[in-house]
Design a protein around this ligand. Structure first.
Ligand SMILES: [Zn+2]
Length: 573
C-alpha cells in the first residue's frame, strides 16, 4: 500500500502506513515491507511468485485464459472493455498466474491471484485456471498452494462466476481425497466468493501479516447493520483470534513456513502410502457458458427481470416450512449445530416425499415482519451453515437423499457472522456437497442470493421455480458498485441474467418448475404440488446410481463452467 512520491517516482515510494519516504530498491529488497513500520504493501502476482518460489523454478501452466463474456454484461461500460483495460494495465491475461514451482526444494502447483486485475475477481477463466492448477497438482501428486487476493466473484459474469466457487472447490475436494496437502495463503484483501471457497476450504490457511479477509466487506456490514465495527475487524490477527486461520505469517517468514509444511506433508505421505488416485473422466465441454446467450436472451416470458426480482421477494410466497407442511409429509425438525447455536434462518430435518424418507434443508423467511425478523430474513449465520452441514452428513450416513430449498437474500452480513467464520462455513458446505455420497436435489424457491445460496445448492439436479431468481450479487449491490447509483437496480437485474429461463440457458439450472398463474403466492397449495412433483421426478433416477458415480457426476456438473484453453498460445477469441 505504498504510493509513489511526486518526484523521482521511479526511485522513491511513500509508505501508506507511516508516510516515510522509502528508496524503492531498498523497499523491494525488504520484500515490499516498510523497514520503518512493517506495513506490507500489496504485491502483484509476478512479484509474489518471484518472492515465494525457489529461483528459476516457476513454469507457467500451458493453459491460457480465453476471453469470455458469457452473459453479454453491460453497465456503464461493456464488460469486454473493462477486460481489455485490465489486460493493458497489468500485462496479464487474467487475474491469476498459475504454474508449477518449487519452494524450499519441494515441488508444488501454485496459483497466485492479482488484485490489480478487476479486483482479483473470480470469473470463469480464473476459476478454470485455478481448477487446472489443482488438477495438475493431482496428476503430479504434489501439494497445491493458492495465494488469494480478491474482492470476490466477478459480477460481470453473473451466476457463472458464482459457480466457480464450486468448480474450484470440487478440485480441492479431489486433492483432499488423494491425501495431497492444500495450502492457502491469504493476502490483502480476500473477500466474498473467494474467501467463502478455496481461500478457506484448504487443509492449512495462512494469513499474511496485514491481510484482511471476510465474507461481507466492512462497507456492506456498516450499511446493513448500522453498527460500528470493532477495532481491527477482519484483520489477520482478528482471524487468528477467532479461530479462522492457522497462523499469521510475516512476509519474510512465508517461504520458511511453507517449506516446513511441505516437508511434513512429504514425509507423511511416505509413511502412509496413499492409494493411487482414480483418473477423472474428462469434463464435458462448456457449451452454453462459452457460447453465451443469444442477444434476445431476456426472460422468454416477456417479463422484466426486475419484476421477477420483486415477485421472488414477495413475502406472500410459500416458505420452506410451508412446503414442508404441504409438499412433504411427517416433517421432524432437527435443531442445532452442536457447536453452540441454532440458527433460525435455516430449518431442516427428516420428512417424506411420495412416501420415501428424505432430509430436507432450507432457508426460512416468513410472511410477517415479526416472522421475518425472527428468522433474520432467511440470512443464515455460520451456525446455520454448520447445522446444514451436520444434517447433510447425517443424511449420507443414513443413506437418505437430500432436498434443499433455497430462499435467501444472502448469508448474514453481520459482525458476529464474520467473527464466527462465515466464509469458512460456506466454503466447507460447498466442499462437503461436492463429495456427499447421497443424491442431492436443490430447488431455488425464491431468492438465490450469492454464496449463501450456493452453500445449499451444489447438487446433482438444480431446479428453480418459475419466478425465482439466482444471482452472484443483489441487483442493488451490483448497481451500487458498477453504476453511478443504486437506483440502477432494475438495469442491473436485467444485466445479471438472474431469471430461471436465463439460468437454464446458461446451464446453471437444470429445470424450471412452473408456478400456478400468476405466481406461487396466489396458490401455495398448487405451488407445493408442482414442487413435490418436480423434486420426485428429478430424484427418482438418482436413487439407483452408485454413490461414487453420483459424486463423480456431480463434480463434473460443476467442473464445466470454466473458460480456458489448453496448451494454446495466448490467443483470444
Ligand atoms: Zn512505514
Amino acid at each position: 500500500m505504498t504510493t509513489t512520491a511526486p518526484h523521482d517516482e521511479q526511485l522513491w515510494s511513500r509508505c501508506a502506513g507511516c508516510a516515510s519516504l522509502l528508496y524503492r530498491k531498498r523497499l523491494r529488497r525488504n520484500l515490499d515491507v516498510c523497514p520503518e513500520c512493517g506495513t506490507h504493501s500489496r504485491l502483484d502476482a509476478p512479484a509474489r511468485v518471484a518472492q515465494l518460489v525457489d529461483p528459476d523454478s516457476f513454469a507457467a501452466l500451458p493453459d491460457r485464459a480465453v476471453e469470455v463474456d458469457p452473459i453479454g454484461f453491460v453497465d456503464v461500460l461493456p464488460y469486454p472493455h473493462r477486460l481489455t483495460a485490465a489486460r493493458a494495465g497489468t500485462g496479464l491475461d487474467e487475474a491469476v498466474v498459475c504454474g508449477t514451482a518449487a519452494v524450499g526444494g519441494h515441488r508444488i502447483a501454485l496459483a497466485v491471484m492479482d488484485f490489480r486485475f478487476l479486483g482479483g475477481s473470480l470469473g470463469c477463466a480464473v476459476g478454470e485456471l485455478i481448477t487446472r492448477t489443482a488438477e495438475r497438482a493431482l496428476a503430479d501428486e504434489v501439494p497445491l498452494v493458492l495465494v488469494t487476493a480478491s474482492g470476490g466473484a466477478r459480477m460481470q459474469e453473473g451466476a457463472l462466476s458464482l459457480m466457480q466457487m464450486a468448480t474450484v472447490s470440487q478440485a480441492v475436494a479431489g486433492l483432499r481425497e488423494a491425501g495431497l496437502l492444500t495450502v492457502s495463503v491469504i493476502t490483502d484483501p480476500t473477500y466474498g466468493g473467494v474467501a467463502a471457497s478455496f481461500a478457506t476450504n484448504t487443509d492449512v490457511v495462512l494469513a499474511e501479516s496485514g491481510a484482511r479477509m471476510g465474507f461481507a466487506g466492512p462497507r456492506v456490514i456498516r450499511q446493513v447493520t448500522g453498527a460500528a465495527l470493532p477495532e481491527g475487524f477482519q484483520t489477520a490477527d482478528f482471524l487468528l483470534r477467532h479461530g479462522q486461520v492457522d497462523m499469521v505469517v510475516p512476509r519474510h517468514a512465508l517461504r520458511g513456513r511453507l517449506t516446513a509444511l511441505l516437508a511434513a506433508a512429504r514425509e507423511g505421505r511416505g509413511i502412509r502410502r496413499c492409494p493411487p488416485v482414480p483418473r477423472q473422466e474428462p469434463a464435458p465441454r462448456p457449451s452454453a457458458p462459452a457460447g453465451g446467450p443469444s442477444p434476445e436472451a431476456a426472460d422468454g416470458s416477456g417479463r422484466d427481470a426486475w419484476e421477477t426480482v420483486r415477485t421472488a421477494r414477495n413475502p406472500g410466497r410459500p416458505t420452506t416450512l410451508d412446503y414442508l407442511e404441504s409438499a412433504f409429509d411427517g416433517f421432524v425438525e432437527l435443531h442445532g449445530d452442536r457447536l453452540g447455536a441454532d440458527c433460525p434462518a435455516i430449518v431442516g430435518g427428516l420428512a417424506r416425499l411420495d412416501g420415501r424418507p428424505v432430509m430436507v434443508i432450507g432457508h426460512q423467511k416468513g410472511h410477517t415482519t415479526g416472522e421475518l425478523v425472527a428468522r433474520n430474513f432467511g440470512m443464515a449465520s455460520p451456525a446455520g451453515h454448520r447445522k446444514a452441514l451436520r444434517l447433510m452428513r447425517l443424511a449420507a450416513r443414513l443413506g437418505l437423499p437430500v432436498v434443499t430449498l433455497v430462499d435467501t437474500p444472502g448469508a448474514d452480513p453481520g459482525v458476529g457472522a464474520e467473527e464466527q467464520g462465515q466464509a469458512a462455513a460456506i466454503a466447507e458446505n460447498i466442499l462437503a456437497l461436492c463429495v456427499l455420497p447421497t443424491p442431492v436435489v436443490a430447488v431455488v424457491t425464491g431468492e438465490g442470493g450469492s454464496g449463501g445460496a450456493l452453500a445449499l445448492a451444489v447438487a446433482d439436479r438444480v431446479l428453480m421455480l418459475e419466478h425465482a431468481v439466482y444471482s452472484v450479487i443483489s441487483p442493488e449491490g451490483c448497481a451500487a458498485i458498477l453504476w453511478p447509483d443504486s437506483s440502477a437496480a432494475p438495469q442491473a437485474a436485467r444485466a445479471l441474467r438472474l431469471t430461471a429461463p436465463d439460468l437454464c440457458r446458461l446451464g446453471v439450472v437444470d429445470e424450471v418448475v412452473p408456478e400456478p398463474s400468476p405466481a406461487a403466492d396466489h396458490d401455495p397449495a398448487g405451488a407445493a404440488e408442482l414442487l413435490a412433483r418436480a423434486v420426485a421426478v428429478n430424484l427418482a433416477p438418482l436413487l439407483d446410481v452408485p454413490p461414487a458415480t453420483l459424486v463423480r457426476r456431480r463434480r463434473q456438473r460443476f467442473r464445466r463452467f470454466g473458460a480456458a484453453r489448453a496448451g494454446a498460445p495466448a490467443v483470444r477469441r
